[in-house]
Design a protein around this ligand. Structure first.
Ligand SMILES: [Zn+2]
Ligand SMILES: [Zn+2]
Length: 142
């Protein structure tokens, strides 16, 4: 499962026309299966110890290319741009205490992208719901 997911992002790198350098492969690998919705800075901090020549530009270029061909998704959340390797439609739950952003899988059969928007003339491309509250861990710790 994890392996095929990783292959998907490696394949996406190829489709984006990028050379498969060790750094780009490491970025794809780091993002694969990551459910924390990391920012570019977080990925950089994670990979810098392994690749001393890693630059923010490489991170941004690689993530940008992956996003463009829908290998991953860009999310604006919590005042930061985050990256989501899960490209199937899903919602998010944001914890207001620890800031964790979790995936919320849609009920099967649910097709949120086909709901009309109440705003006249607005053409819906996708619908993203955000649940805000306190996650189970924070609720337990309180
Ligand atoms: Zn929390
Ligand atoms: Zn997500």
């Amino acid at each position: 499962m994890v392996l095929s997911e990783e292959h998907r992002l490696v394949d996406a790198l190829k489709r984006a026309g990028l050379k498969l350098t060790p750094q780009r492969l490491a970025i794809a690998e780091a993002l694969t299966g990551d459910e924390t919705h990391p920012t570019a800075q977080e990925l950089y901090a994670r990979l810098k110890p392994r690749f001393s020549s890693m630059s923010m530009a490489t991170i941004y270029n690689t993530l940008g290319a992956l996003t463009k061909i829908r290998g991953c998704r860009e999310l604006e959340m919590g005042g930061a741009t985050r990256f989501d390797p899960n490209v199937t439609p899903h919602d998010h739950a944001v914890c207001e205490r620890c800031g964790a952003i979790r995936d919320v899988e849609l009920e099967s059969g649910e097709a949120p992208d086909s709901e009309p928007c109440p705003l006249p003339g607005f053409q819906v491309e996708r619908i993203e719901r955000v649940y805000r509250g306190v996650c189970a861990q924070c609720a337990e710790a309180a």
